[in-house]
Design a protein around this ligand. Structure first.
Ligand SMILES: Cc1cc2nc3c(=O)[nH]c(=O)nc-3n(C[C@H](O)[C@H](O)[C@H](O)COP(=O)(O)OP(=O)(O)OC[C@H]3O[C@@H](n4cnc5c(N)ncnc54)[C@H](O)[C@@H]3O)c2cc1C
Length: 451
């Protein structure tokens, strides 16, 4: 039970037991007497795929920021990862990166390690931590149908859902966290009570993903454990990532954009990989035993919802994770941002305003502060405009951004300190604004001039 003196509400309800919902439940448990997580799926006891998270069949990289956020929420979580069979990777050294002009990019120890693990195993490890909290209840096979509000629409009062038998039930809540991924329930409620919907910024990337797992052969390369291959933008959007997973497997995800999606059969999968700029992934998987079929996924666009611009928002409602912002999966950011958002939620709950209504203050404070978290991953996604078919508001100075980015990559290849800095930004440990440091800008401009 949470300590009565620190409680700000009796019951919180979380919609969805994905990465956003589970981490949010962990953050809420100290401040609510009871936390109930409603999930439409049957949750497997062993790592396994489930219908509600079809993306889980594809490579899910956990950034160092996400790993740290999970450890902040669930102390000792890295040991859980190791116990679940996650493969430790020395940053900068164990994943061979092939990008135009750098095949491979210099491999150096950047001073930290991260873990590679399948999404179902990672989610399972987080779920076990959540299940161990006595005041959190996970209810499976409960599909939330609507978020309920008081008749004047000013406050949320609970949710209505269909239980495992198909019967309709309601549950009361002081706070409802919408971690359903799509966030459609939040938008439906705003519409139903006559409130404005948040504006959306979208970046249309029409990404096609295909994934297959392989047994790692005994004679696999020894100088890398994983590999990332990028195409030559803008001519080719084809690329791939292959990571080692628990159970001595490789998971290979290959992708293309704007109509150049990989096919869904094993032969087509290999042929697509064979046409990559470099042969490394093809050479590795063509000699390896395929363990399952090919799974595909289409990701039309990154979406950022500007809840921070809404003047009014119902008390007791908080959309979180993908419901606020869905990032291009290629950059591996979504789960880490979800875990960091849960840490932000916990910080806000830990320091409620001395007077007033902490639940009413929560969503506005969260929407304001989450911008700093979203800023860097969203600005990385802006690089998608390197492909001319990308839809959306191309920044006016984008050509300069692209030239800056190329020159920075060159510096990172030459200078281990800059390499570490760029890896820290990619891992969301530092904001992208560190690139505005005057000394760094001067060095990058000099490189741009050389080019
Ligand atoms: C192809 C692909 C690859 C990706 N790769 C990466 C990666 O490498 N690294 C990374 O960090 N992120 C990656 N992501 C993003 C990552 O999957 C998401 O950002 C992350 O899962 C967000 O968590 P969430 O809780 O918002 O949504 P989810 O984890 O999708 O969870 C939503 C949950 O809500 C449940 N739900 C939905 N509606 C209801 C309802 N009405 N009632 C009850 N339950 C409901 C669903 O069943 C599900 O369990 C990838 C995404 C895609 C599409």
């Amino acid at each position: 039970m949470a300590m009565a003196s620190t409680l700000i509400g009796k019951q919180a309800v979380v919609i969805g037991a994905g990465m956003g919902g589970l981490t949010a439940a962990g953050a809420l448990a100290d401040r609510f007497d009871q936390v109930v997580v409603l999930e439409r799926d049957t949750l497997p006891s062993e790592p396994a795929h489930r219908a509600g998270t079809p993306q889980a069949r594809h490579v899910h990289a956990l950034l160092l920021s996400g790993q740290r956020a999970l450890s902040e929420l669930f102390p000792g979580f890295e040991q859980d990862l190791a116990r679940a069979g996650a493969v430790p990777l020395t940053a900068g050294l164990d994943v061979r990166i092939e990008r135009p002009g750098y095949d491979p990019f210099p491999q150096r120890d950047l001073g930290w390690f991260s873990y590679a693990i399948s999404r179902p195993a990672l989610e399972g490890a987080v779920r076990r931590r959540v299940e161990s909290r006595t005041n959190i209840t996970l209810r499976q096979r409960c599909r939330v149908q609507e978020i309920l509000a008081a008749s004047n629409g000013e406050a949320v009062t609970g949710v209505g859902y269909a239980n495992g038998n198909g019967a309709n039930e309601t549950i009361a809540a002081d706070l409802v966290v919408d971690a359903s991924g799509r966030g459609a329930l939040t938008l439906d409620l705003l519409q139903a009570i006559g409130r404005l919907l948040p504006e959306e910024t979208t970046i249309g990337i029409d990404l096609g993903y295909a994934t297959c797992s392989f047994a790692i052969p005994d004679d696999a390369a020894r100088d890398w454990k994983g590999i990332m291959t990028f195409g030559q933008a803008p001519e080719s959007s084809r690329g791939g990532i292959m990571l080692p997973l628990e159970g001595n497997r490789w998971m290979a995800t290959i992708a293309g954009r704007h109509g150049d999606a990989p096919p869904g059969d094993a032969e087509g999968f290999l042929a697509f990989a064979r046409a990559f700029r470099t042969p490394t992934i093809y050479d590795a998987i063509s000699r390896a035993k395929c363990l399952d079929g090919v799974a595909r996924y289409g990701f039309p666009e990154s979406v950022r919802r500007h809840f921070e611009q809404l003047k009014e928002f119902p008390r007791g409602l908080l959309p979180i994770a993908d419901a606020i912002c869905r990032f291009n999966p290629v950059y591996g950011q979504g789960m880490s941002v979800a875990a960091m958002e849960a840490c932000l939620l916990r910080r806000l709950l830990d320091s409620p305003a001395a007077d007033g209504d902490p639940i009413a203050a929560l969503a506005p404070a969260f929407f304001a502060e989450v911008q700093a978290l979203i800023e860097t991953p969203w600005s990385i996604a802006m690089l998608d405009f390197a492909f001319p078919d990308t839809r959306g508001q191309r920044p006016a100075d984008f050509e300069i951004t692209l030239r800056f980015s190329r020159a920075l990559t060159q510096l990172a290849a030459e200078d281990p300190e800059i390499h570490r800095l760029t890896a820290e930004v990619q891992n969301l440990l530092k904001p992208r604004s560190v690139y505005r440091d005057p000394n760094l800008v001067q060095r990058v401009l000099a490189k741009m001039a050389e080019a």
